[in-house]
Design a protein around this ligand. Sequence first.
Ligand code: H79
Length: 431
Amino acid sequence: MTSGLCSAADRIKWFHKARFGMFIHFGLYAVPARGEWLMFQERIPTSEYAKFAREFTMHKFDADAWAKLAVEAGMKYVVLTSRHHDGFCLYDSKVSDFSSVKTAAKRDIVAEYVKACRKAGLKVGLYYSLVDWRFPGAFEPIKYKDSLSAMIQQAHDQVRELMTNYGRIDILWYDGGGLVWHPTIKSIAKLWRAKKLNAMARKLQPNILINDRSELKEDYDTPEQKIVSSAVGRAWETCMTMGDICGWGYIRNNPNYKTTHNLLQNLVTAAEHEGNFLLNIGPKPDGTIRTKEVSRLREIGRWMKTNSEAIYGSQRCELLGGGAADEWNVRGIVWNSAGRWTRKGKIGYLHVFRWPGREIVVPLVKTKALSAVVLETGKKAKIRQEHSGRLVIYGLPKNPPDPNITVIKVRFADVPKILKEKNKAAWLKLP
Ligand code: H79
């Protein structure tokens, strides 16, 4: 590519295959360690909030270490909060002094981050919050009309800076536009002049992907904390915290972390519907990443080493997840009690969440299966296809070879399909 310009379909190709990315919420809120919403939740005046900068040292911040961890986890891209709702920039902004460059550690975190990600081969995303809680116009837009205008102008200026000063940026991840409640301007896109804003971003970064949170559809959808598939062909990404819903930024006492298995199920569930999973970390004010995030990411990375072919570039698969092939179960009445499928062309990948034992039966398989292998061990499994489309995978170990999710790769003679109408009635009827 010499011109640096590609069509909309081309520029989103990498995103359609990536499947797994790292979200990083890093900012002043890491200091009080009660999450990124505390300025709002605790009604902290701007001048008080700004004092956290004194302790936002980032003295152990190492962008290469962040990038390395993302690569280790099997992630393909990273999105960093260049500025959250509190207005604190992690970069050098000419239109604001409230930044990591002019206060705190006096470092341009975005610059270091972009360089490290590029070096590690990761695609680079920047999160930018349109709303800035330091502006009274964000809360009372009619009363503080000029403040509102200044905040909107700031967004245009700062997006221009981010799109100009850091080389190629792959993702512009808006947020917070809807947090301004304007009594007459009901459209968020209109309020922020998003059409103009996004046109400017695309002019400066011709290959950029823009999310849907300026209220314009742009390139992809972003369900938050839940896995919701978009229509076939439309790119989408679920972003999620590892801990409780309120904790994107670092929370010191945040006991309710998802297990590695849980996070992997979420990754697989997104991949099953051709979506991406953007998993968040909230680094500490010194720039290091807490142990329970590092260990989970490393465990996911270990899993990805043997199983990532079932994730990257995954396609939808209509097969049912199957279950135990018990003797009595002659009709193969097992729906999704074992797991879920992803697919690549004619290859199906059965992700077994709940290992049923030595045999797994998948009901209503129409297509001929040719072979099966357990990715974790590389060992072949036996297969037989019976009446009513029963595909029995057998000769498997009694216990799951992978303590998390064991993936069985099944080659089919064609794109695997399920038997539809003919056997459905019999299949649904209880014996
Ligand atoms: O940056 C993260 C959130 O801070 C931000 N989007 C993600 C990516 C976000 N902005 N607005 N919202 C989320 C919706 C508001 C949710 C709230 Fe709450 C529920 C605000 C207070 C309760 C979530 C939980 C945020 C704080 C606690």
